[in-house]
Design a protein around this ligand. Sequence first.
Ligand SMILES: Nc1nc2c(c(=O)[nH]1)N(C=O)[C@@H](CNc1ccc(C(=O)N[C@@H](CCC(=O)O)C(=O)O)cc1)CN2
Ligand SMILES: Nc1nc2c(ncn2[C@@H]2O[C@H](COP(=O)(O)OP(=O)(O)OP(=O)(O)O)[C@@H](O)[C@H]2O)c(=O)[nH]1
Ligand SMILES: [Mg+2]
Length: 456
Amino acid sequence: MKDICAVSTPLAEGGISVIRISGENAISIGAKVFKPLSCKSVENMAGYTCAYGKIVDKNGREVDDGVLTVFRAPKSYTGENVCEISCHGGIYVTKKVLRLCIEQGAELAQRGEFTKRAFLNGKLSLTQAEGVMETISAQGEYALNSANLTKEGRLFRLISDMSRKFVTILGELAAWVDYPEEDLPEISEDNLRESLKNALAGLDKIIADHDSGMILKNGVDTVIAGKPNVGKSTLMNMLLGYDRSIVTNVAGTTRDVIEESAKLGELILKLSDTAGIHETDDEVEKIGVDIAKKKLKNAMLVIEVFDISRELDEEDLELLEYVKKLGKKVIIVLNKSDLENVVERSLLEKYSDYVIEISAKLDEGREELQKATEKLLGIGGYDADSTIFANERQIACAERARKYLAMALESLDMGETLDAVTVMIDNGANALLELTGEKATEAVVDEVFSKFCVGK
Ligand SMILES: Nc1nc2c(c(=O)[nH]1)N(C=O)[C@@H](CNc1ccc(C(=O)N[C@@H](CCC(=O)O)C(=O)O)cc1)CN2
Ligand SMILES: Nc1nc2c(ncn2[C@@H]2O[C@H](COP(=O)(O)OP(=O)(O)OP(=O)(O)O)[C@@H](O)[C@H]2O)c(=O)[nH]1
Ligand SMILES: [Mg+2]
């Protein structure tokens, strides 16, 4: 396999940059561009050692001084010989060192090619490789924790155990279909049904955990919507803990969308404070209302705000209907609970199971809002150590497996032939094997690594 090289640190000015080379000749390529000060040859360096020295061009002219680290196959990230050169973190000098490596015979790596080689050399499973990716994109504690569970191989083991059971069953089914008269270990339908049920329950749990996990990991796109002057911006500020949005007693204060993330318990709400939605002739306000409606379409959660001291009017009802048609998760907030309540609650309760009273101005009702949100999103008793999928590819495989295994169970219950059941189980098991990468096509593998960055 050819030798590859890439800049593994971001191409931006920084303290140092790392240029990584992997392949059979990685160390001899390193030896050509790097001269240790101690004069000993890079070629003789042991694995996991480093040297300080000069980075030189073809003519022996110094380009920079730096540090070279040697990893000897199979003890490296890729499982191949690896050489890492760290130079000073300038953009030009980094590119120049990369060019020297290419001049000496290395080829520029494709996206994710180092990690792909680690996968092909059996250093990582496909899901573990995806865990590496998760680590890189993690933006918080939940995300990092989840990445570490994936990298450690928990998801791989879980799914792999499940698929192995089916592969065993498939073997037995095949033997039974081929030699029904022989005295083969009995596959009772009850056992089969039991195995299918167990696997389905297992998949159901991780698929259900996935949604909660993703919410905790990535946050929830949340729109604060309502008529002008009901206190949307005051609520935004209350949730943020500082004054971000302008608050006045003039209706139509907020015009553009104000976006900011706020923590509500363990939840990250990616909030959008929007212009008050109503009919208006004001050109600028109109645009704001259109943007607000667009935001609503993309939201996962909508906090609909009403003023408890004013009776609901036509515009309030129109908004309730509008959001209802979008089919979003809705929390109805009756704001200004410090004032006299003139709103008929039962009307609102038709639109959401979660109607709560708060006073955004006095910072009252935060706990109720948190409880309602957690319940609505189904993350109340979520265990942070649950295994969750790293990405859409994994969840799609799991859902496919669930579909086929459910069909297998159905066929069994309907008394169909074991042949038909076998086909379903086979499809289900294949989906699981694709998830772990044990039986993923080249196209699937390429797709996974194409999402990585160059140098990873
Ligand atoms: N400088 C540097 N830092 C880095 C990486 C790297 O490639 N280079 N990594 C890149 O992502 C991560 C670490 N990943 C690595 C994974 C395995 C091995 C390794 O040497 N594996 C041997 C372990 C043998 C042993 O048990 O001692 C092996 O698998 O055989 C090295 C780095 C993060 N930090
Ligand atoms: N009494 C009381 N007044 C509040 C409360 N929350 C907001 N207000 C007042 O209501 C008025 C409007 O508040 P905003 O937060 O600007 O309302 P908004 O919904 O963002 O209004 P627009 O941006 O115009 O759509 C201000 O005078 C606030 O001080 C509350 O809980 N109690
Ligand atoms: Mg506002």
